[in-house]
Design a protein around this ligand. Structure first.
Ligand SMILES: [Zn+2]
Length: 89
């Protein structure tokens, strides 16, 4: 289960607990249990972005996958099946 996260001011589904930046999430597939588990994973990843920066600039501006996948984000199942807008990739 992978999810594509993109910093966003709209469609915000989760916020960084460190800097408060909102993120839109594009899910590959979802059940309630999976979402809860993955949201925790996302939270951990967001915090890890802040290892040397405190502000929202610590997050990748082009979006990122959780868990981190191999290969280009544009070809990930999460981006394709989650209908991530092409401008976000
Ligand atoms: Zn943050």
């Amino acid at each position: 289960m992978q999810v594509f996260c993109k910093s966003s001011g709209e469609q915000v589904e989760t916020c960084c607990s460190v800097c408060g930046q909102g993120f839109a999430l594009y899910w590959e597939r979802q059940s309630k249990a999976e979402r809860t588990k993955t949201l925790r994973e996302i939270e951990k990843t967001l915090r890890s972005h802040h290892y040397n920066q405190a502000g929202p600039e610590a997050h990748p501006t082009r979006g990122f996958l959780v868990p981190d996948g191999k290969g280009p984000v544009a070809f990930s199942g999460a981006a394709i099946l989650g209908n991530a807008p092409s401008w976000a990739l």
